[in-house]
Design a protein around this ligand. Structure first.
Ligand code: PLP
Length: 378
């Protein structure tokens, strides 16, 4: 593989080496189906039990509140589709935000086709869902509120605790998509008082295709996936044993090193931003308030984000433009539209997302190449 500088950690992360080592025996030696009763299955069954406890500990939950899924998309689908089908005095309304991940937005669209009423609330210009706006949108028909814990394109961290409280005061359930947060910033489900929370291992140095849904004790969702009796009859299918173990080890390592990682990543970020500020490039950093460490959404005046991405790619640098563009306004993502950024800047948006494995040299190189490209295209 040619030398690359990877700065797209919000898209996915490199597998933690301890997670890989912990997974290997469960692929090659202890490969049993954990549902079988013979003693050979004991090891994988026990490993899943331990993994569930480790994960629960990392987010302040109890082990029986953790359900393994195939990742963030499945967790989001399960939470919204099955919570809305719970009986709750005939309520059929969902409130969500306009800048959620498409795992939520497209799920809500599918539910709208089935007759559910969806209310979308907008973030402010800083990319924050204000509790006041939520209060104005919530009504007697609101059954579920789903607001992401941090936005995946601009990194803004939402006031989830306050939003959950408003939902509860109005008799609604609260779900949060915490895919970008788990393993990166402290998350305590009890303090947040959320009913459901989605997570995905590949965003915190775990393997791809595995995640979990936190379901608060007392919130009884019917299965999204039907079949066998795995996951306490809640999610059918033979467990992805190795990945479950890899996810738990990766999360524990990230949680144990969280403050060290945050300091390192914030220092990298400072170095990167100071290089940009020392140049004469005309840009805006999107988002205000608390932002996920290392998530840097930049909009360059008069530029084309996709062109910048390709030119950086030619230099061996991986960044992203955010999420997939839509057909109507090709270069502007739904998130950037939601914060009403001036079009001249909006079109020139890229996302640089730094992670624990990035170095100062890499960050200086990204800044140098980016500044040269922007100046060349100005
Ligand atoms: N939610 C958010 C906020 C995300 O960033 C992502 C992935 O980009 C997902 C959901 C989907 O997660 P997964 O890739 O595990 O399906």
């Amino acid at each position: 593989m040619k030398n690359i500088i990877y700065a797209d950690n919000a898209a996915t992360t490199k597998l933690d080496i301890d997670a890989f080592r912990a997974m290997k025996p469960f692929l090659l030696e202890d490969f049993s189906n954990p549902s079988q009763v013979y003693s050979f299955s004991r090891s994988s069954k026990n490993a899943i039990k331990t993994a569930r406890s480790i994960i629960a500990d990392c987010i302040g939950a109890s082990p029986e509140e953790i359900y393994f899924t195939s990742g963030g998309t499945e967790s989001d689908n399960w939470a919204i589709k099955k919570a809305i089908s719970l009986k709750n005095g005939g309520k059929n309304g969902i409130i969500t935000s306009t800048f959620e991940h498409h795992a939520i937005l497209n799920t809500c669209e599918a539910l709208a086709d089935e007759g559910h009423s969806i209310t979308y609330i907008n973030p402010d210009k800083n990319g924050i869902i204000k509790p006041r706006t939520m209060k104005d949108g919530i009504g007697l028909q609101t059954h579920i509120v789903s607001v992401m814990m941090a936005n995946n394109e601009i990194g803004t961290i939402q006031p989830v605790e306050e939003l959950a409280q408003i939902a509860h005061e109005n008799g609604a359930l609260f779900h949060t998509d915490a895919v970008q947060c788990i393993g990166h910033i402290p998350v305590d489900v009890k303090k947040l008082n959320v009913d459901m929370l989605s997570a995905s291992a590949h965003k915190f140095n775990g393997p791809k295709g595995i995640g979990f849904l936190y379901l608060k004790n007392g919130v009884e969702l019917s299965p999204l996936i039907h079949g066998g009796s795995q996951e306490n009859m809640h999610r059918a299918g033979t467990e992805n044993v190795a990945s479950i173990i890899g996810m738990a080890i990766a999360l524990k390592n990230n949680n144990d090193d969280m403050y060290k990682n945050i300091i390192h990543i914030k220092e990298l970020e400072k170095c990167f931003i100071s290089k940009l500020n020392d140049s004469n490039v005309d840009y805006i950093r999107n988002g205000g308030g608390d932002i996920l460490p290392g998530l840097i959404s930049l909009s360059f005046n008069g530029q084309d984000g996709e062109a910048l991405l390709h030119m950086l790619d030619l230099q061996g640098i991986c960044v992203s433009t955010g999420s997939a563009c839509d057909g109507v306004n090709k270069n502007i993502s739904h998130v950037i539209k939601a914060i009403s950024l001036n079009e001249e800047y909006a079109k020139g948006t890229i996302r640089v997302s730094l992670g624990k494995n990035n170095t100062y040299d890499e960050v200086k190189e990204i800044a140098k190449k980016l500044i040269t490209i922007v100046q060349y295209r100005t």
